[in-house]
Structures are given as C-alpha cells and as structure tokens.
Design a protein. Structure first.
Length: 683
C-alpha cells in the first residue's frame, strides 16, 4: 500500500511493526491507526522478547512522527553553513541539482564522494540496500561503520567465529547473571525483565560498570571498576579459576584452542594485581570468581559500553572466553550474549549488490575519524579530498568523536553535503540540501536483532507525511537522475524484503510480524562454534592470546596527561535518549532536563564545586559547559558526561564530544569514547 486512499480505507486497524532503533531489544509493535493516523503504539504481547512492553522512548513514537518540527519538504541552504537558513524546493529541483553535483565530482574522482550512515534505522531495507547499490555503482568511497560495536564485534568473530550468543529468554533460568558494561534498565529493558524473573527465582545479579546505574541499584552487587580495566578483571577471574581448580577441563580440552598460553598469562594476574588496575578490592575479585565458578548455570550479559576504549577488543575476547573455562555453555541458561546478529541469514549480496563496485575497490573511510578525514587534503596515502558527503540515518556533527574537528569539516565551503532526515539536527544545519525521510510508521522494512533471535517485519502503518520518502525511494530516484540503468535500481521495497533473509518464510514473517530462528537452546553445549575448527579460539590466528591493554589516556599510558586532567570520563547515554535520537522530543527532553555531568562528592569537594552549578568539562581538545550533579552514581576519579545532546541544545552550543578523541580501538577500528581524561571546574 502506498496511496493515502489505501491507508484510509479502513477507519480503525492494527498494524504489525518493529522498533527500528539501535537497541538490542528490537521490539515487536502493534500500531493502532484511526482514520489514517497512528494514535497508539504498543508492544506485541505475543512476541516472546517484547511481551507487550515498550520503553518510554518508543511508546511515544507518534509524538516523534507527528512532531511539528518534522522536515516534510526538500530544502536548499540559502544562508551560511550551520546557520540553519533554508528555503523549500521541489523534489525535482533537489534531485536534479544533487545528481549534477555528484556527477561532476565523480567525473574527477568518484572516491571524493563519501556516504555516511549508521543505525538511525536498523532496517535491512532503509539502512543497507538501495543506498549501498547507489554508492557501489557510483564508485564512491566505502564507509567503515565502526562507531558503536566494532571492537566487540571483531572480538566475538575472533573468539566464536561470529556475533553469536545465548537466547535472550533463557536468562530467566540463570542462577547467576553478570551484567557487564550495560545499564539494562535504560538500554536493554526486555533482557532486564528476564533477569528480574531469574532474581525472583533466587538468582544473584551482579553489575560490573564504572557508573552506579539504575541497573546497579537493582542488583545484589555493584563492582565499580575504572573505565577500560575490564580485561584486567577478566584475567584476575581466570587466575582464581585456575588456582582454585574451578575449571571445566573437559570442556576446555574438547572445545577450545590455545588455553595453555592464556593460562600462563592469567597466572600472573593475582587478585591484588587485578584489583589495583581496576580500582576495586582484591576480595571483590576473589568473590566474583567464586560466585561465577560455583553457581550454575551462570550467564554474562555483556554490552558495548565496555569496548569503547583502547583495549576494548582484547577485553571482550577475554570475557567471551570465561564461559568456556567453567563450562557454562553446557546449559541453555549459561554462556554469554553480546550480540546475536550473526545468527541471522542476511542476504547481503541481494540487498547491496557489491558486484556494482568497480574492479579496483574504492578506499575505505572510517566513520569514527570523519573529523580528520574531512580536513585531509588529497594525498597518496589518503586519496582524494572529500568533496561530497551524503548523510542518512546518522547525526555525525553531534555523535562523532572530537566534534571540534567534525564541525570544522562540515563548515567547509567546498564540501557539498546532502542530509536525509526527519528533523533539523546539528548535521542538517550544515547541509546544502535536506531531504525529508519517512519514519518507521511510514515505510516497509525487515529487521534482524542483536539482542534476540527473532526476525521482524515492519508494515507501513500510515501514508508518508508531507513529501517524505523512504531512503530506498530517495536513492532509487537519485539513481535515475544519475542515469543508472541496472534493473536492481527499479526493484520495489516488497521485492527487496522478500529476498532480505535467506531461509525465512516471507509470508509467515509478514503475516505474524516475527519468526524465531531455528537455533539450539544451548548452541555451544558440544562446541560447534562458528570457527573453522568448531572450537572457541583463545589463541586466535593473527591475534595471539588476549591481554589487558591500558587506555590511551590513563596514568599507566600517559602520566603527564593524567596529572593535567586527572578525571576519567565516560559518556553513557541519558536514559530517555538513544544516541542523539529523541533529544528533540519535548516530553522526553523535559524528563532529562539539561546536559549533566555526574561527579563524586570527594572530587567535587576537592575542586570547591557544588551540585547544581554550571561547570566546564575540559581537556587539551576542547571544553563544554553543563550542569554539575554531585551524585553517588559517579565513583571517585570518574565523571559521567551523560549524552548525546544535540549541540545546539547545549548551554554553549557544544556537547560531550567536544572532549572525546579519534584514536581507535585495538580491534575493529572503533572509537574509544570512554577512554578520555578531563578536568572539571566552575564556570
């Protein structure tokens, strides 16, 4: 259905949909539509992971869809970049001019054109289909999409052979759950409901996180380690498993490769050594090891916060090995989940048509270093200077690290920038053209999940508002203006959806809204990892055995920097935002209030600071201003800069990424957002 008449044919109806956002829950949604308008979104009670509940953010999705500030028409910049001065134009005018500009740039060097997108929608159609075909055909630079999960993803691939793990529902039967680097109440609500069920049945919940989160409040124990020391803690646990003879040697012998080398390393990590590095007590290390080894089944819910540091990949590898050492994988309710996305049979070849790329593969630009990339001139090592940027499903001016450089790059007068958006974000303010994109309620899509094992379908519930178009349609039409004649550019969304997942019955998926993948309850009870040998790779080819890697910015690595800027800073998401999405939804922003930095009372007192006053958070890269909250959620020596606010909604037009850097993680070339030293002073 695509016309308004078709959508309005039935006065009241319910539509199967899926939450599109960068969240492991990927909820099944029922949308109630009355006279062509979406009036309510609810969780699907029949979908086992969602079981009828939605988070506060998504339950207000109609407020976002019908927001008075929605971009509903193509717009062209008429004022200086960043001024937000635009005039309305027609789609024909916009697409013709965009195509003309891109053709001229591509004639000189197509690699001077760069796409920039991420997880504004996680849909296979609107996130990674027609857009990829377009840029492949153009010969544009490829984008290394690393900004969230690259270190952890590469770590799982090296260890398990892919991004695979436990079934979400089985956490309800665990007797010990380590919630590691995750504020599950805010960012993984439906896992939390299963963990709560386990807790009611007598399970022990332990939260491992530098911040005393809302999740930590509800757990039996909180271990507040220093940012970037998770690998050291894992090694300390391994030491105790060895010396206390708590290993499942049979599982290790049958289903792992390389343990002797790591065993030798772990024996050097006494509880005292691990505790000193982590900033916790040796007894906490000993007791955690005892709990983990002697409570069965034991499960770990690992999340991506812990891998946003220099050694994030090594740390994720070490933690992923732990379930193998105690045989936790023998039980459906034992093991680990970081991501389940590798279970899904994505048909990337059909979605993206990589054969459209030229024989000489275009260069790769890392999205996490876009600030440096935009300021780079043509060079033999880098290639052509970036002349055009097409941004969709992302807001890099707000979310990319070291934003002073990102902003400077976007302000270049010689950079042609096109942004597909719902709202005038910080990035849209810097565009030459802003094109109106549909929201999830207005387009068709197919979804996988990284938090459960159900494929999902999203049926459009309402007609597109204004002149908004799905991403697929925008790139389909732009391809026509560019003169691309391949049949794949004329393929309909429904046809793409039918081929998006291999081995999943499309008719059932569409009729029900979701389909469970056929994966064993205890997928690695007898080994069978997705590696060439079928074993967990402890000594991974090309990587060796993992080790603790100190932060770039720490006392160990940079003692002088640590003297100048003695506070470690992490920047977890504010509870009612998701990355930079929902920041402009007034009801949610009213709950958050204003940008905050949380600080322990001891650190505040040492600086003569009082809660509630405006402070500046700063380092050698820049500074931003926000409100100080003296809070027990911050441990001594660490401040929590809650993000990610739109820059233009901050007190001085900046946000927390003013002080983050562009150095990359040990694996995956990801950003090290939480590897950051600062100081805080009164304004």
């Amino acid at each position: 259905m695509s016309s308004t008449t078709a959508f309005d044919r039935i006065a009241i109806r319910t539509i199967h949909a899926a939450c599109p956002h960068d969240c492991p829950d990927t909820c099944a949604i029922r949308v109630t539509v009355e006279d062509g308008k979406a009036v309510k979104v609810q969780g699907d009670p029949d979908h086992p992971p969602t079981h009828g509940a939605l988070c506060t953010k998504v339950s207000r999705y109609p407020e976002r869809t019908y927001h008075p500030e929605r971009v509903l028409h193509p717009m062209k910049r008429v004022g200086p970049k960043g001024s937000g001065q635009f005039v309305r134009v027609t789609w024909e005018e916009a697409l013709a001019d965009i195509a003309s500009r891109l053709k001229a740039i591509a004639a000189r060097d197509p690699e001077a054109v760069v796409p920039y997108s991420y997880a504004g929608t996680m849909g296979l159609l609107q996130g990674e289909s027609m857009d990829r075909r377009f840029f492949h055909k153009l010969g544009a630079s490829q984008l290394d999409r690393t900004i969230c999960s690259a270190a952890g993803g590469d770590a799982l691939a090296a260890t398990y052979g892919g991004k695979v793990g436990m079934h979400l529902e089985h956490y309800a039967d665990s007797k010990l759950i380590l919630i590691w680097g995750s504020n599950s109440i805010a960012s993984n609500l439906h896992f939390w409901t299963f963990a709560q069920k386990a807790k009611r049945e007598g399970a022990k919940l332990i939260c491992i996180d530098p911040r005393k989160t809302e999740t930590a409040d509800k757990c039996h124990q909180h271990i507040a380690l220093l940012p970037g020391t998770d690998g050291a803690l894992a090694l300390g646990l391994m030491h105790e498993l060895i010396v206390n003879d708590w290993l499942d040697q049979d599982y290790i012998d049958r289903h792992t490769e390389g343990w002797p080398k790591l065993r030798e390393r772990a024996l050097q990590w006494t509880p005292e050594r691990a505790a000193e590095v982590c900033g916790i007590s040796a007894e906490e290390v000993r007791q955690l090891a005892r709990d983990y080894a002697t409570t069965k089944p034991a499960a770990i819910r690992l999340n991506y916060g812990m891998q946003r540091v220099r050694g994030g990949g090594n740390a994720a590898r070490l933690i992923a090995i732990l379930p193998c050492l105690v045989g936790a994988w023998r039980h459906p309710a034992g093991g680990l989940l970081l991501s389940a996305s590798g279970w899904f049979p994505r048909n990337a070849a059909h979605l993206q048509h990589p054969e459209l790329m030229p024989a000489k593969r275009p260069r790769i630009i890392n999205m996490s270093t876009i600030g440096d990339a935009l300021l780079e001139d043509r060079s033999p090592a880098f290639g052509p200077k970036i002349e055009a940027l097409v941004v969709y499903n992302s807001n890099p001016v707000a979310v990319a690290p070291e934003s002073p450089k990102v902003v400077k790059g976007f302000l270049r007068d010689d950079l042609f920038t096109v942004v597909l958006e719902h709202f005038m974000t910080d990035t849209a303010d810097h565009a030459d053209y802003v094109l109106p994109a549909t929201t999830q309620l207005e387009h068709l899509d197919v979804h996988t999940s990284y938090g459960h094992t159900y494929a999902m379908f999203n049926e459009p519930a309402i007609a597109p508002l204004g002149e908004a178009k799905p991403n697929t349609q925008v790139f389909r039409e732009l391809a026509e203006y560019m003169g691309f004649t391949e049949p794949c550019f004329r393929e309909s969304d429904e046809s793409i959806a039918r081929h998006a997942l291999n081995g999943v019955d499309f008719e059932t998926l569409r009729a029900v809204g979701w389909v469970k993948l056929p994966i064993a309850d205890a997928p690695f009870a007898h080994g069978g990892f997705n590696t060439p040998s079928g074993k967990c790779m402890i000594d991974a080819p090309g990587l060796g055995v993992p080790d603790h890697v100190p932060n770039y910015e720490s006392v160990q690595s940079s003692p002088q920097l640590a003297r100048d800027y003695p506070l470690a800073m992490i920047s977890p998401p504010a509870r009612n935002f998701l990355n930079s999405t929902f920041v402009n939804v007034k009801s949610l922003r009213d709950i958050e209030g204003e940008p905050l930095v949380e600080m322990h009372a001891d650190d505040a007192s040492a600086r003569g600071l009082r809660g509630g006053e405006m402070v500046r958070v700063f380092n050698q890269r820049g500074e931003y201003r926000c409100r100080l909250q003296v809070s027990p959620r911050a441990r001594p020596g660490v401040v929590n800069g809650l993000g990610v606010w739109w820059r233009k909604l901050g007190p001085d037009g900046t946000n927390v990424n003013e002080v983050t850097h562009q150095q990359l993680t040990d694996l995956g070339r990801g950003p090290a957002f939480y590897d950051c030293l600062v100081d805080v002073r009164a304004v």
